[in-house]
Design a protein around this ligand. Structure first.
Ligand code: ZN
Ligand code: ZN
Length: 284
């Protein structure tokens, strides 16, 4: 019998209210969960009703979720790398609102994509812009950790190199309030060959040598439609894509990841129970 702590779940719907998400996760056998803390297609939202917060906390407790196995995802509108001051300010305000909701809901991590200057600025200037945005969000919110997700490098998105995430952490004033999340589809599309145990080990060694493994707090488990280095952010069900089952076997067998929430963002929602069961089996 294995005594590993493996948290596997999915980014579930919070339709009708955030308090619906924990039951949606429990229904698919998830031991980890992600959700949007508010409508992700809009810059602004009404504050929560106090009853909604209470209902969320009760549902989390009832289904075994807590700050260790849950990690909300921010709106895709947010772009802290934007050269446009209006969009940059909206991104800071939006991300600060989402981080404060995260804390209000008794969670600690908020996942987001680092951002892009759309090729207008060089890498260092863009990374500095992102770090300055993070400082502003930190100054506005008590508590909470912003979690930088690696990207496929589509367009000129920052975060396709782990070194970008390391550089942002170096530049922020309060690095204790920044962590990282690895998305397997993005990593593969960015050129990290994680189809084998050896390839996965190389990526983890890179994390150890840059941000440090303690900074890696969560994973997004997605197979990839695009090939190695394709820079395409297109997710596939586990085992159906270019990474393939052996890659995910290596990840699930890697005890260095124990206790870190692993979140599916795969496109066939009906298959989540089957995918979660498969991943749990690979870990046992
Ligand atoms: Zn992701
Ligand atoms: Zn993606």
């Amino acid at each position: 019998m294995s005594n590993r702590t493996v948290y596997v779940g999915a980014h579930v719907s919070a339709s009708g209210g955030v308090f619906n998400a924990p039951a949606n996760a429990a229904d698919i056998g998830a031991t980890a969960l992600s959700l949007f803390t508010r409508n992700q297609r809009q810059w602004k939202a009404k504050p929560y009703a106090p009853e909604a917060v209470d209902a969320f906390k009760a549902a989390m407790k009832a289904h075994g979720y807590n700050g260790d196995n849950s990690i909300p995802h921010s709106s895709y509108l947010v772009n802290l790398g934007s050269t446009d001051d209006e969009i940059w300010e909206k991104s800071i305000a939006g991300l600060a609102d989402e981080l404060s909701r995260t804390v209000q809901l008794d969670m600690r991590w908020l996942n987001f994509h680092p951002g892009t200057s759309k090729g207008e600025w060089d890498e260092e200037r863009t990374l500095a812009r992102i770090a300055a945005g993070i400082d502003r969000v930190h100054a506005q919110v008590q508590g909470g950790v912003l979690v930088l997700e690696n990207t496929a490098g589509q367009g000129s998105a920052m975060g396709n190199r782990i070194e970008h995430l390391q550089r942002i952490i170096e530049l922020v004033k309060d690095p204790d309030r920044v962590a990282i999340c690895i998305d397997t589809c993005h990593a593969f599309a960015a050129g990290y060959d994680i189809r084998t145990a050896g390839g996965w080990d190389e990526l983890i060694k890179l994390v150890e040598g840059t941000t440090g493994l303690d900074k890696l707090v969560a994973l997004h488990l997605n197979d990839s439609t695009g090939g190695l280095g394709s820079r395409k952010d297109r997710h596939k069900p586990i085992g159906d894509g270019e990474i393939g089952l052996e890659g995910f076997r290596a990840i699930m067998e890697d005890s260095r990841l124990d206790g870190k929430p692993m979140i599916l963002e795969t496109p066939e929602v009906d298959r989540w129970p089957e995918e979660i069961a498969l991943l749990k089996k690979l870990a046992s």
